[in-house]
Design a protein around this ligand. Structure first.
Ligand code: SAH
Length: 389
């Protein structure tokens, strides 16, 4: 029998309406127990599941915030997240899991919009200017990026807008204009222009500096990302002479963190903006034994296998949909001794582990890590070892 969960009063006034969090009605201990039970149920068929690594201070951890703008009842300017399963905006002035700088900046943007009569975009009519704001903040550096997603390239008064914004929030290092003039639920459009600063922010993770662009993936909970990466590298038990691949490498966070422990690492990533950041990050940190490739991870590994290249380990951290057949079959052809599979969706991870364990791999360790307190998401690391046939 599983232990009972203890209910709590959700601290956030928008809980239940906003879809961002799902577990605020449980105490933090019960949330941890819920996540542990979930991973145990899913993964115990592969062996013992380690205790969940939870977050001591499970609030204000998110470093990325998407806010939509519109009109509410009586023509009031509103800004916030969408209600669950809808495109109705909830007007928020606070978010418990977010770095507070995010909604402080949103408050200022609302004031500027009112003062200068800047219209929010209306999805139904296609009228108006400001659609969304994306705010990213560096956890260690405090640097902030503001991306204004607008419907038109012409932004009269942009200098003044930036000046007022920066006067109130000097942490803003860069402001980017992103144009999204399509009838779409995607947030960012293709066209991008830096209207203030260098076009990226820098943050530090595992002692390495990372540059982060508007469109490249960066872990939303950097404090726990350090814990996750260190745990994954500890589980890998590298000796220093290994040649490894870091598949789905994003801006190269894991690849560069792993470079200290191995002889050579290759990071592979599909998103070209992220790879550009990864290459800059390598240079910036003067790391020599790393290379980045802009390709589909599966195709690249197929190619490596066809060239008879050998790798001791593959680290993989795919998106929520998990891995695909091309990737998994290329993995089998490459035959690395170890696979370190990091996943933000344990359901697809289990599916992939089912496949790999039928094809000569054994799951040696399973480690859940909570990267997303208050939500029902949980990250999971699995270490696989190739069986000697
Ligand atoms: N390991 C990184 C990024 C993980 S997110 C980190 O911890 O920061 C998953 C990444 O996989 C994203 O950057 C996404 O762009 C990339 N991706 C998605 N499909 C891919 C594919 N088929 N091949 C290579 N990379 C892919």
């Amino acid at each position: 029998m599983e232990e009972k969960y203890i209910r709590a009063k959700a601290p956030c006034k928008y809980y239940g309406k906003c879809g961002g969090c799902q577990l605020q009605h449980l105490t933090n201990d019960s949330q941890n127990l819920y996540k542990q039970n979930y991973i145990n149920r899913l993964m115990s068929g592969f062996g013992k599941v380690n205790d969940l690594i939870f977050m001591e201070e499970p609030y204000e951890y998110r470093n990325k915030m998407h806010i939509s703008f519109g009109y509410g009842p009586k023509g009031k300017l509103i800004a916030g997240m969408y209600e669950i399963n809808s495109h109705r905006i909830i007007d928020i002035d606070q978010c418990m899991i977010q770095d507070p700088i995010g909604y402080e900046i949103v408050k200022t943007i609302k004031q500027i919009m009112k003062k200068y009569k800047m219209e929010p975009y209306d999805e139904d009519t296609g009228q108006g200017f400001l659609r969304h704001v994306l705010i990213k903040s560096g956890y260690k550096t405090g640097e902030v990026m503001v991306v204004l997603v607008v419907s038109d390239r012409m932004f009269h008064g942009s200098n003044n807008f930036v000046k007022i914004l920066r006067k109130k929030h000097p942490q803003i290092e860069t402001v980017i204009l992103n144009v999204n003039d399509k009838d779409t639920s995607m947030i960012l459009g293709d066209y991008e222009k830096t209207i203030y600063g260098k076009g990226f922010i820098v943050d530090e993770l595992c002692g390495i500096n990372f540059r982060i662009s508007a469109k490249s993936f960066y872990q939303v909970n950097p404090k726990q990302a350090e814990v996750l990466y260190e745990k994954a590298l500890e589980m890998a038990e590298f000796k220093g002479d290994e040649r490894i691949i870091d598949a789905y490498c994003g801006i190269g966070t894991i690849t560069l963190a792993a470079s200290k422990y191995v002889k050579e690492a290759i990071g592979v990533e599909l998103n070209s903006d992220a790879v550009r950041d990864a290459i800059k990050n390598k240079k910036y940190n003067a790391i020599k034994n790393v290379e980045f490739i802009n390709d589909d991870a599966g195709s690249f590994m197929e190619y490596m296998a066809s060239k008879n290249e050998k790798f001791d380990a593959v680290i993989m951290d795919p998106p929520r949909s998990g891995s695909d057949e091309v990737f998994l079959s290329s993995l089998l052809r490459l035959e690395p001794e170890k696979i370190i599979y990091i996943s933000c969706n344990p359901e697809t991870q289990k599916r992939d582990l089912d496949f790999l364990t039928k094809q000569g791999y054994l799951v040696k360790k399973i480690q859940p890590v909570d990267m997303f307190p208050q939500t029902d998401h949980v990250e999971c690391i699995a270490l696989l070892q190739r069986e000697i046939m």
